[in-house]
Design a protein around this ligand. Structure first.
Ligand code: HT7
Ligand code: ZN
Length: 863
């Protein structure tokens, strides 16, 4: 496939002033009539080019008359109209087959309803249109369908007319806000609705309607509460009110991603909107809250101000992730949320940034834009916005965002425009900062400190390693939050004003800072990168004593947690290279862990995080060679040794933090359940039968999915007595709840003892369905992304199975296949035997006829 380059961007030759769509839905086809008021905005002789993929054109008229076939040409992707006037009304009629659409892009069916997914380039599968984000237009849409089968007919904006005739009915919707085609949506189905209202700060009433299949109507309360909280938060934090009279969300079972922010009509993966204590875990509740917020926040950061082109994707996604992170931090525990976000970034985005798919937050080129909905665009993009917030401070950042929304309302703009607003309000030159958008790779920052003559000198060095297509890197502007602790754990003053925290700005490859210390200070332990102030890899000379000091005394939640992670990491690595013994390492760690447990009453969630070992995958990723088998073995040995060394403490946790009262997805209770699960997992690692008995009981008695699934996971993963019976019971109990059955598949696919044959059996299970992305993710996603030890088994069986599954999936859903294939990005860092086996499996796969999506990812990995 041809690559598209940022430098080739050209403004559109034609704009669309108004669009009228009429979508007629039938069981075996759909007819789409589009009327576009076109206006030339480019060169006088430019032909009018409209995107349209796989459409059957039935009629084409210009200004009410048939346009001669000699004046247009359709090649299956682009419709070119020659010799058109500067203004004209184009009317087309096309025929579609939504029931055959398994790619879940454009108009398709999910469990008997019709729905759409247009981002990034799905609208061109519905009608002929300049399907690019910088063409904004006003839409009026009429949806027609059988009145009994599809009583609910929805589209963007407000309903303005409706009618019924001969068993069919129709509703016309008008969206007053100009929008790009990627924000178009329609839904038709037999849906139930939970309704509420929200009154905006300025007193406007908004109807809130959440639609789901009737059996899921009891799972919408949490989404509704989250939506109302998000609407209020955006008014308070950003001064942004909702702008239409209706806000609708529809839950669909077949969806390639989490959710979609279509104007006034969000479409959600059921997994990101449905929640009920019996069927949803704490993590599920939190995901619903954050995705509801994310899509709602897009109404301003994405919809009112949108992207000029898809290279600017992080303009809306990075900013909106930052906004949803701050919202979740405000709704729950800010420190815990920050640690979870950093952990995710380091576990998943850092490897992406070090592998063959590494790309800048504003990429230079792509073949398939769907392949660029990445952790780099979303999560690293959010870190860039967070750094701007850190550098400018909350007040200037808010003035910058106000300016951005006011200046660019109704426009399609760039990340440069966003940064320019921040520069303008703060008076800062952000030219160097902008390298964060154009330079791929994770910067490595190395620090060393020296205490001499009453002064502390901090030397810092930065370097970004080469990434594909970017061999040489420039120094970045890296904000480093710093505090210094003395030997008693007190924070030292860092300047004449007595500040105990400073923001250092690292701009050079090498820089030094000096601090005058109060008299008598004999020990200094730096607390660096506080709050994870920049998305970098920090290396230092941190002695274990210094790490213990930070774990005990630092008041920065992230730094405490990171100190614990570094201590665990060092211990596990000593087991990998056989310089340590598990029992001794556990004995060394025990006092600090006991201290954490002693303070757990204050914040159980934070304690659970402080007690969790880094995953073996993360540790293997931090080494030159990804030798997961060796690291997993060492990891498990330390877990078992800690299970034994602190057995009494873990049992006490199980007693003290056992569930009491009715389940509630609130921060304190979530923390208690997390701590219980952490203690149980250490005990399970010892394989003592007693913990198996406790887990069997917990599984049977649980009144909520967090406890039930937590017990099932330990039983199955640790192969404790009763695991098989629990799996069978679970499947029986939840056979009619697809999202819970996804968990049933996922628990098995992520079990470390899993084999390729076991995965094959799951794929052949009658309940498995290749056409349902959630189910595919629960098996193939869990196996390839959450089960490194089984996936990378040296006999190559995991790779062969995965490659053949990708080939099969690619024929149904290329976006999903390509996304899953990213799991092979560690190819170049695997031990020789695995590397050979994976290369062979992928080379064989790439010789088959594949989609452009999968081909792009595999070609990058094999390059
Ligand atoms: N903006 C949405 C992205 C999205 C998407 C992209 C490609 C293919 C399918 C998709 N579904 C949703 C979601 C978001 O970031 O809010
Ligand atoms: Zn988004």
């Amino acid at each position: 496939a041809r690559a598209i380059h940022l430098q080739d961007y050209r403004a559109p030759d034609f704009r669309v002033e108004r669009v009228a769509l009429d979508v007629d839905l039938y069981e075996d086809h759909a007819i789409v009539r589009a009327t576009l008021a076109m206006q030339r905005s480019g060169a006088a002789d430019a032909p009018c080019r409209l995107d349209g993929v796989g459409l059957t054109l039935e009629q084409l008229q210009l200004d009410g008359a048939d346009w001669p076939s000699t004046h247009y040409h359709y090649d299956g992707e682009v419709l070119t109209l020659e010799g058109v006037p500067d203004r004209f009304v184009l009317a087309t009629v096309v025929r579609l087959a939504p029931q055959l659409n398994t790619e879940l892009e454009g108009l398709y069916r999910s469990n008997g309803m019709f729905c759409t997914q247009c981002e990034a380039e799905g609208f061109r599968r519905i009608t002929f249109y300049p399907d690019r984000p910088d063409v904004l237009s006003r839409f009026v849409t009429t949806v027609r369908a059988d009145a009994v089968r599809y009583p609910v007919l929805l589209s963007n904006g407000n309903p303005i007319a409706q009618g019924e005739e001969g068993g069919r009915h129709w509703v016309t919707w008008e969206d007053p806000f100009p929008k790009p085609s990627y924000l178009f949506a329609l839904v038709a189905g037999d849906l139930s609705c939970q309704e509420d209202r929200y009154v905006t700060g300025s007193g406007r009433e908004v109807a809130l309607r959440l639609y789901a299949e009737p059996q899921d109507l009891d799972k919408l309360d949490h989404a509704m509460a989250s939506l109302k909280a998000s609407m209020l938060w955006d008014e308070q934090a950003y001064g942004r009110e909702y702008d239409l009279d209706i806000y609708m969300i529809v839950a669909v079972s077949h969806f390639n991603m989490g959710a979609m922010e279509n104007k006034g009509l969000n479409i959600f993966n059921t997994s990101c909107v449905l929640a009920h204590p019996k069927t949803t875990t704490d993590a599920g509740f939190q995901r619903v809250e954050s995705v509801i917020a994310h899509e709602y926040f897009h109404n301003w950061s994405g919809n009112r101000v949108t992207c000029r082109d898809w290279f600017q994707l992080s303009l809306k996604e990075g900013f909106t992730v930052f906004r949803d992170q701050c919202f979740s931090a405000d709704m729950n525990s800010a420190a815990v949320k920050r640690i979870e976000d950093v952990d995710m970034l380091r576990a998943h985005q850092f490897p992406e940034d070090q592998g063959p798919m590494a790309h800048p937050v504003r990429p230079q080129s792509y073949q398939k834009i769907d392949n660029f909905y990445t952790l780099t665009i979303y999560e690293k993009g959010a870190e860039i916005v967070r750094m701007l917030h850190t550098l400018l401070g909350a007040d200037d950042f808010r003035r910058g965002s106000d300016l951005y929304f006011e200046r660019f309302d109704g426009q399609a703009v760039t990340t440069d425009d966003f940064v320019a607003c921040m520069a303008e309000v703060s008076g800062r030159d952000l030219a160097q900062f902008k390298r964060w958008y154009s330079q791929a790779g994770t910067p490595q920052v190395t620090v060393s400190g020296e205490l001499e003559g009453g002064r502390y000198r901090l030397s810092v060095h930065q370097q970004t390693p080469p990434t594909p297509g970017q061999p040489d890197k420039q120094p970045l502007l890296i904000p480093l939050r710093l505090a210094l602790l003395d030997g008693a754990g007190h924070h030292l003053p860092l300047n004449a004003q007595g500040d105990t925290e400073l923001l250092l700005e690292l701009t050079e490859p090498q820089q030094q800072w000096e601090f005058a210390l109060p008299p008598g200070v004999e020990r200094v332990v730096p607390s660096l990168l506080r709050g994870f102030s920049a998305p970098v890899m920090l290396a230092g000379e941190d002695s274990e004593a210094a790490l213990r000091h930070l774990l005990t005394h630092d008041d920065d939640g992230f730094c405490r947690w990171d100190a614990a992670q570094r201590l665990y990491r060092a211990a596990i690595l000593r087991l990998v290279d056989a310089t340590g013994r598990a029992a001794e390492e556990a004995a060394q760690l025990a006092p600090a862990m006991k201290a954490v447990l002693a303070g757990a009453g204050e914040d159980a969630a934070a304690a659970a995080l402080l007690l969790a070992l880094p995953s073996a995958t993360q540790l293997a990723d931090s080494l030159p060679e990804f030798d997961i088998a060796a690291v997993q073995q060492a990891h498990d040995a330390l877990a078992a040794a800690l299970g034994h060394a602190l057995a009494t403490d873990w049992w006490q946790v199980l007693e003290r933090w056992a569930p009491v009262g009715e389940y509630q997805p609130v921060a304190a209770d979530i923390g208690a359940r997390a701590l219980y699960q952490q203690a149980a997992s250490y005990l399970a690692a010892t394989a003592q039968p007693e913990i198996g008995d406790v887990m069997v009981r917990r599984f049977a008695e649980a009144d909520n999915m967090t406890d039930q699934l937590g017990a099932l996971r330990l039983l199955v993963h640790e192969r404790l007595q009763g695991a098989d019976a629990a799996l069978a019971d679970f499947a029986r109990q939840w056979q009619h709840e697809p999202l819970v059955m996804d968990q049933w598949f996922g628990v098995q696919a992520s079990a470390p003892w899993q084999t390729a044959a076991g995965i094959e059996a799951l794929l052949e299970d009658a309940r498995f369905d290749w056409a349902t992305p959630n189910r595919v993710r629960s098996v193939l996603g869990q196996f390839s992304n959450a089960n490194a030890v089984a996936f990378h088994r040296a006999d190559g069986s995991g790779y062969r199975l995965f490659a053949s599954a990708l080939q099969r999936l690619d024929q149904l859903n290329p976006q999903m296949a390509a996304r899953l294939a990213g799991a092979c990005g560690r190819l170049g860092r695997l031990p020789a035997v695995q590397q050979h086996a994976l290369r062979e499996a992928l080379q064989q796969l790439v010789r088959q006829p594949l989609s452009g999506n999968l081909d792009e990812v595999l070609t990058r990995i094999l390059a």
